[in-house]
Design a protein around this ligand. Sequence first.
Ligand SMILES: Cc1ncc(COP(=O)(O)O)c(C=O)c1O
Length: 382
Amino acid sequence: MHQDNSTSLIPLVDLQTQSRLLKEDILRRMGDVIDGARYILGQEVQEFEERFAAYCQVDHCIGMANGTEAIHMALRALDIGAGDEVITAGNSFAATALAIAHAGAEAVFIDIDSTDFNIDIELIEDAITEKTKAIIPVHLFGQPARMKEIREIADRHGLKIIEDSAQGHGAEIDGKRCGSFGDIGCFSFYPGKNLGAFGDGGATVTNDPALADKLRLLRNYGQKEKNRHDVLAFNSRLDTIQACVLLSKMDHVEKWTEQRQQVAAWYREDLADVELMLPEERHDVRHVYHLFVVRTPHRDELMASLAAKNIAAGIHYPNPLSRAAPFVDSRTYPMGLPVCQTVAEEIVSLPMYPEMTRDQVSRVSEAISSFVKEKENASELV
Ligand SMILES: Cc1ncc(COP(=O)(O)O)c(C=O)c1O
């Protein structure tokens, strides 16, 4: 194992290196926007939408204010609201469920597959009722949900699919990009995402031209032309200034994804023989490693031991969604989401960002393996 003997902080994510690298290009693009006062839906938004649609292998991209609004607008575009149920994974970030609630629908939380942390496809059909209108699979941590099977289930029951691809930029199943499987795909460009803005940003993608038109109306006061408001709509646009950042980053996102995959491969190499559950990568997918999440029953102690060595770690997420105050009365399947619950108590996200060096990965791995060895020795003494 390579050794990095430094004690400097290894952060969970590094937002500064990319910004430093692209600062000049981004400032130039922003300068043009300022000079032309193109703050709202300027040409950079359209330029980015075209590039991101191509990146996702779809016909249309509609920029949105953030990922939560992207999901909310997607539900509205599909006329899903009061009295409807929407099935999603019990372990997602709260925004998935908040968007469902903001549309007026009820989130129904399904347990997950402990091997890939995504919605358990074996459970979905049992949770479908007459009220169910859509499934929102989440490509959690950058590994695609099982979209082929989910599409079959949705087709059998006449359900829509909205992909929550907030963590899945560039992820694929058999070469097909996440966001292109469902009726609408939703992305977040929150700064820490694999493609991140300098603030909030999001997008919906679709191959359906009618849905694309509707999404464009929904994000912009329902206006096709000025002062004509045809639908009950919102103000949920991607800022031109953020499109500048995203356009600049688009040139690098593939390289950054490969660097993330390299970091994951180093972790796997270092931790192969350590008593710790590594994340499974399915053979048919391109995992984009938004996060590298491992499991141990000694999670809290491990995090404390990493913190003592100046290594940051995170928990994504510490509770199933059905435990959050707005959703405590929601329907779950099965009751109590047992896998979500166990996984939530054992997961830890290790530092993961494209610029992580071999030495930094080694330092994290070394810290983990010495913690695990100490734990083993202590249990032998008992
Ligand atoms: C899985 C998931 N869904 C939705 C969102 C919401 O995106 P945003 O923060 O841009 O609203 C996020 C990220 O924050 C996310 O990780």
